[in-house]
Design a protein around this ligand. Structure first.
Ligand SMILES: NC(=O)C1=CN([C@@H]2O[C@H](COP(=O)(O)OP(=O)(O)OC[C@H]3O[C@@H](n4cnc5c(N)ncnc54)[C@H](OP(=O)(O)O)[C@@H]3O)[C@@H](O)[C@H]2O)C=CC1
Ligand SMILES: O=C(CO)COP(=O)(O)O
Length: 300
């Protein structure tokens, strides 16, 4: 197929039909025309490309693959979601491998709002793959003049960076929403990053990966922008306001998964613990704040 040709699958036939003919996703990416080379379908049998990007929210990825996995045999699968499966306690690449053990899998992650990429703004991402040759091929295939992909063989580190930053983004949003100030947000980001490293290193990640695009890079983006749904969700929590429950907020489930993981590994992750408790409605914001500030003074 020609460079730029792609098939976009979505589960709703009416939506596929509208996208194919209107050439715009007015609800999610208004004003961004679909490139001419993109064909939209709701029929998975029409998806016959060798390289498939899976961009389904984390908790839906496993059920989706269990139902449709046979359509993806012999393909190169690139996970695009950020999170931890609440049942298996692993990230998207792990989930794909658990359902399709012989799949060739990579992960695309890092700081990028879909809207920025769709508008062709300059963006840099991590392409994580533990098969060296495949990683190089995918890097070439998916990079564009405005989208620079950096290769990384540390898949677990890249998965965890993308998953964990969403939890800290919720905390940052809470801080701003509750009017606690930008100094408090910076403190939470730095202490949150320490928690990200603590868990990721204990699960075998490389420290450099966490310091790269998929960890620190995405943390900075998501904790600093109201374009982030995790940040906006945190703001609503901080303001005591309602939040649209149909919006994808990966950090909410991930906070619960990470709090459990941390407990089982005896890791101290107080910011994550508070986010998980707030998300589950187990504590109030004043209680969370008091608990964080009352912790014994310690080394950095
Ligand atoms: N948006 C962004 O800027 C970025 C998102 N990501 C990550 O990508 C992942 C997806 O996010 P995003 O696309 O923004 O989320 P959205 O909620 O905007 O879209 C999710 C898409 O997945 C589809 N979907 C949901 N459940 C299923 C299912 N069970 N079977 C088939 N399709 C399903 C939805 O279909 P339907 O419309 O029919 O509900 C929708 O098309 C997340 O993990 C997110 O963290 C990563 C980087 C940037
Ligand atoms: O992961 C993202 C940016 O890199 C998107 O963030 P949100 O899911 O919080 O909108």
């Amino acid at each position: 197929c020609a460079l730029g040709d792609a098939t976009l699958w979505c589960r709703d036939p009416a939506q596929a039909d509208s996208l194919q003919h209107q050439r715009e996703n007015a609800a999610k990416l208004p004003g961004v025309p679909l490139p001419d080379g993109v064909k939209v379908t709701s029929d998975l049998a029409q998806v016959n490309a060798e390289t498939v990007l899976l961009a389904i929210p984390m908790q839906q990825t496993r059920p989706f693959l269990e139902a449709h996995g046979e359509c993806f045999l012999e393909r190169r699968l690139i996970a695009c979601s950020k999170g931890i499966d609440l049942d298996l306690m692993i990230g998207p690449v792990g989930v794909i491998r658990s359902v399709l053990p012989s799949a060739h899998v990579a992960l695309l992650t890092g700081p990028s709002f879909a809207d920025d990429i769709a508008r062709g703004l300059p963006t840099a991402l991590t392409l994580a793959c533990d098969e060296a040759e495949l990683g190089m091929e995918l890097q070439e295939q998916l990079s564009t003049p405005n989208l620079r992909l950096y290769r990384n063989s540390d898949v677990i580190g890249a998965e965890l960076g993308g998953a964990l930053k969403n939890v800290i983004a919720i905390a940052a949003g809470v801080t701003i929403g509750a009017g606690l100030g930008e100094s408090a947000r910076a403190a939470l980001m730095a202490r949150g990053y320490a928690e990200m490293q603590r868990l990721a290193l204990s699960l075998g990640a490389q420290p450099d990966t966490l310091a790269g695009l998929s960890g620190l890079g995405d943390l900075i983006l998501t904790c600093g922008s109201e374009k982030s749904r995790n940040f906006r969700y945190g703001m609503a929590l901080g303001q005591g306001a309602a939040f649209d429950s149909t919006t994808t907020v990966e950090g909410a489930a991930t906070a619960r998964a990470v709090a459990k993981l941390a407990k089982s590994r005896s890791l101290d992750m107080p910011v994550t613990r508070m986010v998980a408790a707030l998300v589950e409605g187990l504590i109030t914001l004043p209680e969370a704040l008091a608990a964080l500030l009352a912790r014994p003074l310690t080394d950095e």
